[in-house]
Design a protein around this ligand. Structure first.
Ligand SMILES: O=C(O)[C@H](O)COP(=O)(O)O
Length: 345
């Protein structure tokens, strides 16, 4: 049966067994809006496929930048405990997706698209709260869009991370930019997380709607027309991108640049936008163009996937830095958290 996508107020997890583990009290505490697929995670796999790196130059730059951080996080290092063997054997990687926190134009209900607007005060709080939720999940490399609201979200979220690594923006725009931003200490590199910004993860270009008020546009052109521009799959707004067009570049980027990182065991966070992330989730969860139109993402809510044996398994949204959040973890993530607990107790 095709996955039917809908929202569930209590949802954090998609697996029957995990849901059964949530006691009544916890279910009521979990007031997150989370996407749930009816046919559960087992059918959400991705067929095993090694992606080819098409943008050769970009690709090698990203590989070398990503390798600037330690491949083996000392917290994850097998030499430190038996737990490491589990990491090695399971060869899984965490993938966190986060839509930026509320922007100043979200607040004003304006179509934003590729206009580069910062977070609102509420958006800043949301990003910090998101950071708390993922503060015990390993992150080795961060991908953001080229837009400040996604970058602010990633940076603010990382201020909460218990591992304490420093996220560093990578600058590849020129040879000089690369050379002038070099780090000359291996130890310092090990305590850093590369942050790679790319336009391909930008919000879809909203064309001539950018800067217009959403309600006023609906009043002027009709609710149905505006809904079609906002939520149809292949109908673009005037001179803008449809979701399909946005998916073409966002998913290509994910397959070419991000999947190879996951395949090599790196834990990845992506901070991006409603529509670029809807495109990526469509790919991860194998949603049809019909199913994706009802997919809505809230600002500042992190979503966790596990990449294992070529499949993406949705684990829901970690609720908090401790307690119930642990139910979304795999054994490997629980061990990572345990190590952080031991380090900081
Ligand atoms: O670009 C925008 O205005 C929003 O971030 C996303 O808008 P949407 O909900 O209309 O797709």
């Amino acid at each position: 049966m095709a996955a039917e996508v809908y929202y569930q107020a209590i949802g954090t997890l998609q697996s029957h067994s995990y849901l059964n583990n949530l006691n009544h009290h916890q279910k009521h505490q979990n007031n997150l809006v989370t996407l749930v697929s009816r046919d559960f995670i087992s059918s959400n796999g991705l067929s095993t496929r090694r992606s080819n790196c098409t943008g050769q130059r970009n690709c090698s730059v990203i590989r070398s930048l990503a390798s600037q951080t330690s491949v083996v996080d000392p917290v994850l290092s097998p030499s430190r405990s038996n737990a490491g063997d589990t990491y090695k054997k399971s060869n899984e990687a965490a993938l966190i997706l986060i839509r930026h926190g509320e922007s100043l134009w979200n607040e004003k209900n304006l179509f934003t698209g590729c206009v580069d607007v910062p977070l609102s005060k509420k958006g800043i709080d949301e990003a910090i709260e998101a950071g708390k939720r993922i503060s015990s999940i390993p992150v080795d490399v961060i991908f953001t869009s080229a837009l400040i609201r996604a970058q602010m979200t990633a940076m603010l979220a990382m201020t909460q991370h218990r591992r304490g690594k420093v996220p560093i923006m990578m600058h590849n725009e020129s040879e000089q930019a690369r050379s002038w931003s070099q780090v000359f200490s291996e130890d310092t590199k090990e305590q850093s997380i590369p942050v790679i910004a790319s336009w391909q993860l930008n919000e879809r270009m909203y064309g001539e709607l950018q800067g217009l008020n959403k309600q006023e546009t609906a009043d002027r052109y009709g609710k149905e027309q505006v809904h079609e521009w906002r939520r149809s799959y292949d109908i673009p707004p005037p001179n803008g991108e449809s979701l399909e067009m946005c998916a073409e570049r966002a998913v290509a980027y994910f397959r070419d640049q991000i999947e190879p990182q996951l395949l090599s065991g790196k834990n990845v966070m992506i901070s991006a936008h409603g529509n670029s992330l809807r495109s990526i989730i469509m790919y991860l969860d194998k949603l049809t163009s019909q199913e994706v139109i009802s997919l809505e993402l809230s600002t500042g809510i992190p979503m966790l996937y596990i990449f294992k044996e070529g499949r993406f398994i949705r684990r829901g949204s970690p609720i908090g830095p401790s307690e119930a959040g642990v139910y979304a973890y795999t054994r490997r993530l629980a061990l990572y958290k345990q190590k952080l607990d031991n380090m900081f107790q």
